[in-house]
Design a protein around this ligand. Sequence first.
Ligand SMILES: Cc1cc2nc3c(=O)[nH]c(=O)nc-3n(C[C@H](O)[C@H](O)[C@H](O)COP(=O)(O)OP(=O)(O)OC[C@H]3O[C@@H](n4cnc5c(N)ncnc54)[C@H](O)[C@@H]3O)c2cc1C
Length: 326
Amino acid sequence: MAVIVYTEHEDGKVKRSSYELTAYASELAKRFNAGPVIAVSFGNIADSELATLGKAGAEKVINFQGEGTEQVDPKLFFENIKSVLDETSPKFVVFGANNSGRAIAPLVSAHLKYGLVPGVVELPREENGKLIFKKNAYSGKAFADYQVNTDGAVIMLMRNSFDYELGEGAAQVEVRQATGEGSYIVEKVEKATGKVPLTEADIVVSGGRGLKGPENWHLLEELAEELGAALACSKPVSDMGWRPHTEHVGQTGLTIRPTLYIAVGISGAIQHLAGVSGSRYIIAINKDPEAPIFKACDYGVVGDLFEVVPKLTQAIREFKKKQAGG
Ligand SMILES: Cc1cc2nc3c(=O)[nH]c(=O)nc-3n(C[C@H](O)[C@H](O)[C@H](O)COP(=O)(O)OP(=O)(O)OC[C@H]3O[C@@H](n4cnc5c(N)ncnc54)[C@H](O)[C@@H]3O)c2cc1C
């Protein structure tokens, strides 16, 4: 028995979300006495970096390297993950509720003949010998309890839904040569322009039509710089070409769950909220006190963003200076 967790990395570093998935897998292993946590990763990355997954509870990391492993290829990745599944007979396989999870988890579920639960937000409970998972429903506007009727489960965990702390320890790393053929060749990858990847960011500063034009985005860039935040935007903003499509969040864009989401000049339409309502805290800056975003936020500033944002950025700058003793 084992708990398998699919982990990812970017720019030579294990993604923050992968530590969360591994910590979740580790808690599952403890609660259900389900054996060691084995992380699976693809692509070139230093063993010493992969070993840090041990701090989140992974006993071992199997790293597949070789042709086709640098970009997610569901067919190739599944072919290799299958070998680990067949060796370990896991009770649980954990993916993120993200694009790679959506592409690979169903193949794993079909292979193991386990129920697949997307959008999980908690550890499962057991009732009458059945596993019950709490999951997101209706684009995050409600929760549902799903009962899985199989012995094990394939889980897709929503980001930022599991609190964890990293401990000590290093995972053992085993490098394997990936086998099999991919199903496609990636010709071009359009990367988000921000310094912090949007789906990984802890803090997101997001702008809407209230900014009036791309020439005013420096206001948000400066705020994001002070906070170490990623930038996002509403759909009309990317439709009008003010910002790249990679920053568009919402029902038809990215779903994000940062710790803090700052919505500037965004009305808070239901389609926008569908992509950000999982944020732990939402702050809204909007001049219209009736804007729906104020019903969805934790803190709101009713005011003109062109006055409020520069003052906020300056206040954060001064606070940081004071903290640094300057
Ligand atoms: C099928 C479908 C899918 C969609 N998917 C998405 C999606 O994925 N993501 C998404 O974002 N939208 C989506 N939309 C569009 C959505 O319905 C809204 O139209 C959109 O979110 C509005 O964008 P906005 O808030 O930037 O602009 P607006 O609704 O125009 O709001 C601008 C806000 O800025 C405020 N403002 C103006 N000037 C200032 C100022 N000086 N200071 C402070 N505040 C100011 C205004 O009070 C207003 O609340 C979708 C729509 C449909 C029909």
